[in-house]
Design a protein around this ligand. Sequence first.
Ligand code: NAD
Ligand code: LMR
Length: 337
Amino acid sequence: MAAKKPITITITGAGGQIGYALLFRIASGAMLGPDTQVRLNLLEIPQGLRGAEGAALELHDSAFPLLSHVEVYDDPTAAFRGTNLALLVGARPRTAGMERGDLLAANAGIFGPQGEAINAGAADDVRVVVVGNPANTNALIAAAHAPDVPADRFTALTRLDHNRALAQLAPTVGTPVSDIRDLTIWGNHSATQFPDVAHATAGGQSVAALLAYRLGGPDAAREWLVDHFIPRVAKRGAEIIEVRGSSSVASAASATIDHVHDWVLGTSNGWTSAAVVSDGSYGVPEGLVSSFPVESVDGAWRIVQGLELDAFARHRIDVSVAELQDERDAVRALGLV
Ligand code: NAD
Ligand code: LMR
């Protein structure tokens, strides 16, 4: 049987924390399956090069059968040449005294040129996942700088929020996470996101009904959702920072693996959540990179259509989408998109 052509994957911020947690799982086959060879291009800025070079040495020492090549770069044009999959992890963190506009501008300085490099040299089938924060708007900036790449190839990670929601829900409904399906994260990867269980089922039963049964009625279920579940999921990033002293790493890497795995190999067990370029579905303005319920069909994300939204859901989605619009307005005002 002819061997499949290796997939070229560019990981930015490869010398950082998430990079370190991600690289070895990619090389092990966890992301693209046991039959796909991978070539890894590790992109860093000069300060991060030694970290990426060290990771490259350890990748070699792991003798992964699926790893055909590793190269370290500090030039985006070279790092994205021929890439099939771009994992944009490296970003400028917010530091003391930095306003939101400063953060957006600093990141535009990263994601604009990376978008241009993807546009100039990536493979025709390139897929992009933005992990670096603010992930949705960084994806918007990268897409705006890659006019020749179809917009549906640009995504931002909200799978971590989705996984966090599954993990919070499972013990309360009393089922394993694998029994829960059709949960949705809507909006921004930020505290305004809306984790929505209205259409979710666990073991074939409605999650709303199970919550009502286990918590003592529909009012108690609603109170738990509004006062506990939604804020706990939406603010989990801050909780992790408070406990660990720095932002989530292994869970973020794991969610990135899940996102790409399902995008390339297809979703099973219902839909998942990803931030994709809006086509206007559910009233989210076209062009915003917002999280939706998505299925992967023939290697492309499709937004699940036709879900009914009650007034509460509509309001929560509108709040998060308004934040995304503010972010887009801020980068537009700076002339960045
Ligand atoms: P880190 O600081 O450990 O690593 C970031 C790396 O990116 C550093 O090595 C840095 O040198 C590099 N870098 C900076 N600018 C770059 C550029 N222009 N090109 C290439 N590399 C560059 O941070 P981390 O813990 O790995 O987190 C990375 C990002 O992921 C942060 O923005 C964090 O907020 C975000 N994050 C997102 C999610 C999510 O769910 N979307 C979850 C967790 C963390
Ligand atoms: C997370 O969700 O863990 C990260 O995006 C970090 C953060 O700032 O919340």
